[in-house]
Design a protein around this ligand. Structure first.
Ligand code: PLP
Length: 446
């Protein structure tokens, strides 16, 4: 992984953009596409498209089955992809489990907890949840890292608690002491908020969770594509991320877990390929990671993800982070000059992820999105799968700009020009009223 933070030159940016066929297309009456929705999904460079197609054209076979040459090659490609992913996040190869996406990876861990039935003789107590036990999440979670834990609480009788949102888009960490106790069995939180772009202090939070014996699950969906993540120093026990947000294909995600935990964790999906021995009465499990990869896996997509990682490494993840950070700074400065725009989350000067979500005075986010779309600018509007977070902010919806390495200052200029038409079209006042004070009260659900 590169540690260079030499800014991307204009020539490099042009070359990078040239690798994304979709960026040359037009939308809405022949306007050039300005894609500012990479937080939802990034585009895919030719290297990724070629790798996926190459797998199907040359090696297509069900991996880990069959003794023929194609099966061997497909298996080798799939396992090489695992090695590439592991290298990218500083993991051991067999700690990388391929899933469909981050949502499945998070569900895998949540289901593992409830599959560790209290009556099971082989159970590992770390994964057994009973009434009286607690699951801790935060108020800024994407639904993918909230609903599986709500459901786990419902299945097991454990209690769900959450760290409320504090000031300036950060978590209210003063509450952590009350919320993280010896009853907490798992603390699940996002590394980078997909709305606020807040970067949470994972190492500090993980240390606090470990001090009370809780396991730590980190949603790394919005961090792994944008900043260097090394599981050896991060402090988490599990991390989850999606390939499609990091220039890779849709249909592949990753769960990383500490091998000593994966070894004792019950499986989520069962069936072919994940067994060691099967009789008519019962089955035993294959070693990790196969134990968590039931059925024919998404080998072509894993191969595409490995190509995406090699492509990222060719630029350097630190340079990607710096490039996106400079665009965020440019956008924050420009938005600060528009008093009718209010950015949610950390304000200028605070390190944040590659997204900026905002409100426009007196205009619903869906209407803002419509004006931008008419100008060829693709952003996301709504609650961005973080409904409780928006409720806590006292707003129904925001407009979110989210960046990828292929974005440029010129993209932001087109965005800003279109944005400036919004108050004109809607005849709104040029000053934004303050966001309704949120009641950051703590509630509980079991
Ligand atoms: N977590 C965060 C922070 C996200 O931004 C997303 C997607 O937007 C997810 C989880 C879910 O990712 P996927 O839909 O790829 O499973």
């Amino acid at each position: 992984m590169s540690v260079s933070t030499r800014p991307l030159t204009d020539q490099e940016l042009t070359a990078i953009r040239g690798e994304f066929p979709i960026l040359t297309r037009t939308v809405r009456e022949d306007r050039p596409l300005v894609y500012l929705d990479s937080g939802a999904t990034s585009h895919k460079p030719r290297a990724v498209l070629d790798a996926e197609r190459g797998f199907y054209e040359q090696h297509n076979a069900a991996v880990h089955r069959g003794a023929h040459q194609l099966a061997e090659e497909a298996t080798d490609d799939f396992e090489a992809a695992r090695e590439t992913v592991a290298g990218f996040i500083g993991a051991a190869t067999d700690e990388v489990v391929f899933t469909k996406n981050a949502t499945e990876a998070l569900n895998l861990v949540a289901y593992a907890f409830s599959n560790a039935a209290p009556t099971d003789a082989d159970k590992d107590e770390q994964f057994v949840l009973r009434p009286g036990d607690e699951i801790l999440v935060t108020e800024m979670e994407h639904h993918a890292n909230l609903v599986p834990w709500q459901e786990l609480a419902r299945r097991t009788g454990a209690t769900l608690r959450w760290v409320p949102l504090g000031a300036d888009g950060a978590l209210d960490l003063e509450r952590l002491g009350d919320l993280l106790t010896e009853r907490t069995k798992v603390f699940a939180f996002t590394h980078v908020s997909n709305v606020l772009a807040t970067i949470n202090p994972v190492t500090e939070l993980a240390a606090a969770a470990h001090a009370v014996g809780a396991l730590v699950v980190v949603d790394a969906c919005q961090s792994v594509p944008h900043l260097a993540v090394d599981v050896r120093t991060l402090g988490a026990d599990f991390i989850a991320f999606s390939g499609h947000k990091m220039y890779g294909p849709m249909g592949v995600g990753v769960l990383w877990g500490r091998s000593e935990l994966l070894d004792v964790m019950p499986p989520f999906l069962t069936g072919g390929s994940m067994i060691e021995l099967v009789t008519m009465e019962r089955a035993t499990w294959a070693p990790v990671p196969a134990k968590f990869e039931a059925g024919v896996p998404n080998a072509a997509q894993a191969v595409g993800l490995a190509a995406a990682i090699r492509w990222i490494e060719g630029i350097g993840i630190d340079r990607i982070h710096e490039h996106e950070a400079s665009l965020v700074a440019h956008l924050m400065t420009a938005l600060a000059k528009r008093p009718w725009v209010r950015v949610v989350g950390p304000q200028a000067g605070v390190d944040r992820g590659g997204a900026v979500a905002f409100l426009v005075e007196g205009v619903h986010a869906h209407d803002v999105g419509q004006v931008l779309d008419d100008a060829g600018v693709a952003v996301r509007v709504g609650h961005h799968c973080a409904w409780p977070l928006h409720r806590s902010l006292g707003v129904a919806a925001t407009t979110r700009v989210s960046l990828g390495v292929y974005n440029t200052v010129a993209d932001l200029d087109v965005l800003l020009e279109a944005l400036d038409r919004v108050p004109v079209i809607f005849g709104t006042e040029p000053e934004i009223s303050s966001v309704a004070a949120s009641d950051h009260g703590q509630a509980e659900a079991s």
